[in-house]
Design a protein around this ligand. Sequence first.
Ligand code: GTP
Ligand code: MG
Length: 355
Amino acid sequence: MSDIVPPEVRPKPAVPAKPPNVGAPTGHGTGQGHGGSHGAGVGSALLGYIGIDTIIEQMRKKTMKTGFDFNIMVVGNSGLGKSTLVNTLFKSQVSRRSAGWTRDEKIPKTVEVKAVSHVLEEGGVKMKLTVIDTPGFGDQINNENCWEPISKYINEQYEKFLKEEVNITRKKRIPDTRVHCCLYFISPTGHSLRQLDVEFMKRLSHSVNIIPVIAKADTMTMEERQEFKQRVRKELEMGGIEFYPQKEFDEDMEDKSDNDKIREAMPFAVVGSDKEYQVNAKRVLGRKTAWGIVEVENPNHCEFAQLRDFLIRSHLQDLKEVTHNIHYETYRAKRLHENGGLHPVSCNDTQESNL
Ligand SMILES: Nc1nc2c(ncn2[C@@H]2O[C@H](COP(=O)(O)OP(=O)(O)OP(=O)(O)O)[C@@H](O)[C@H]2O)c(=O)[nH]1
Ligand SMILES: [Mg+2]
């Protein structure tokens, strides 16, 4: 069942438009703010404040109550700093570091897929974070089909969701185990992408949001890093690899311009650490070397902060929406089509929010 979703069956993006000015302060009572009557001439001037904008607050309260799921997968050779980076991203020990394991324990004979969940809470919002690790990827003598168990896992989660969705008595909230984001770790060789990198991203980019990152960026000089980034970008383009945020899913000009900036800066060259050091009277996450401290969150040192802002602070909801509306929808359409075109009895098009 691997590679079940061929690129040609991808539907047109159906990502719902983001509400304008979400989170921006609203001018209560003015009745003529910029939210009122722009658009395709369908808005009408309001004579007074109605309270439409309170939907944002209502959504916020709901999210606070229910929390949300976020499932992140890490793929890349052993020792590239995958666990460390995820721990750095979420400022907690959400992924077990393998340092200290014996060699035999460390490298599995085949690629394994292991999911571990944690509940993180910040500002009253609960996130059920599942980190999906893929030990053994790229570590075999023959790595020919090592993307297969990963593709299988991704599709199995879509299948699980589909089965729940078509049940006659559906759960109010379908547990979401679908992979929202796959961080792909590129080895900081300074040369070029390996055959395996290209193969993996090519095969999987149509069923999951892939975000390539350059691992252990502190092992390269600034010049080497820039050159390597450029080369990788070129190779990704030449290989026709679509990474997240995919150009074809930009919703409007604003989205395109924001995402273009991100795409031009990718793949982010990152450094991870779960150790804190004192720098200028501040505690910072960093890596201590004989010639100084590499500060993980300092944009002059590496691009970790850019990755974190993009992944968590600006695009987390979009990653979930693209997973649901594009990748899962493609899988679902294909499966229902295989089913002789028969829609399961209770299937209706109302999508449940994952929030
Ligand atoms: N120089 C450098 N070392 C790092 C970085 N991130 C992690 N390390 C170190 O690299 C080693 C491996 O880190 P892990 O996070 O366990 O790597 P991993 O990819 O999860 O390894 P596996 O679980 O074995 O696949 C540890 O000694 C880390 O301290 C980094 O950004 N730069
Ligand atoms: Mg690890």
